[in-house]
Design a protein around this ligand. Structure first.
Ligand SMILES: Nc1nc2c(ncn2[C@@H]2O[C@H](COP(=O)(O)OP(=O)(O)O)[C@@H](O)[C@H]2O)c(=O)[nH]1
Ligand SMILES: [Mg+2]
Length: 221
């Protein structure tokens, strides 16, 4: 149990279709046996991602909460985080102490980041099908996320994406921050991300979330 009795909260953001829900499902499969964990999903008008996770049976139903944002998804994870905070806190209150809560953002664009008032760490998921230019284009998700995941490497030959270029550009944008390449349809799947998550949960302290002032709301690119 963490010193402050609070779960580590990890946000998973990235463009629509990059594989966030698939990553959440894979992490649940890998980690549910060893960590007390719950999931919050964000969709604009539906509970589709939560429904998918429930159907996939990756966690008991009552460990998955859907937030219907009704608005631009990054508003709900960055500017007005109250619905998400309520969902996380309700899960923790109801299920007892948890080790980890994963918060999946509604799919957005390269500008989406989580408020530090909502999550302790951020994973940003892009995919190779968006083109090997994506890391070079930057944006706060690519440049500042604690972990950048470049997913769907199995599709790289089909879409002509050069993984070497993506690795080089990610390094240039991110400095020492880590980047992992994944394919969630084969082995080892999400194992490298699960290892990174285990390290975050095992850290002896995480700084209490300071309710940072939200940066100005922007659209694009
Ligand atoms: N080929 C391939 N498809 C993937 C991979 N990861 C996810 N997908 C598929 O990509 C689609 C979008 O994934 P989803 O997790 O719903 O994306 P989200 O919108 O970011 O949550 C789904 O059809 C997934 O099955 C991958 O590594 N390789
Ligand atoms: Mg999703």
């Amino acid at each position: 149990m963490r010193p402050d009795n609070r779960a580590v909260r990890i946000g998973i953001g990235g463009p629509v279709g990059s594989g966030k829900t698939a990553l959440v499902a894979a992490l649940c499969r890998l980690l549910a046996g060893e960590l007390r964990l719950a999931v919050v999903t964000n969709d604009i008008y539906t509970t589709e991602d939560a429904d998918f996770l429930r159907r996939a049976g990756v966690l008991p139903d009552d460990r998955i909460r859907a937030v219907e944002t009704g608005c631009c998804p990054h508003t709900a994870i960055r500017d007005d985080i109250s619905a998400n905070l309520d969902a996380v806190e309700e899960l923790e209150d109801r299920l007892g102490p948890l080790d980890l809560v994963l918060v999946e953002s509604g799919g957005d664009n390269l500008t989406a980041t989580f408020s530090k008032g909502l999550v302790d760490h951020q994973i940003f998921v892009v995919d190779v099908a968006g083109g090997d230019k994506v890391p070079r284009k930057g944006g706060p998700g690519v440049t500042t996320a604690d972990l950048l995941v470049i997913n769907k490497t199995d599709l790289a030959p089909l879409v002509g994406a050069d993984l070497g270029v993506m690795a080089r550009d990610a390094r240039a944008r991110r400095g020492d921050l880590p980047t992992v390449f994944l394919s969630l349809v084969g082995e080892p799947g999400a194992a490298p991300v699960a290892d990174w998550v285990r390290e975050r949960v095992a850290e002896p302290h995480h700084t209490p979330r300071d309710h940072d002032p939200a940066p100005a709301h922007t659209h694009g690119p």
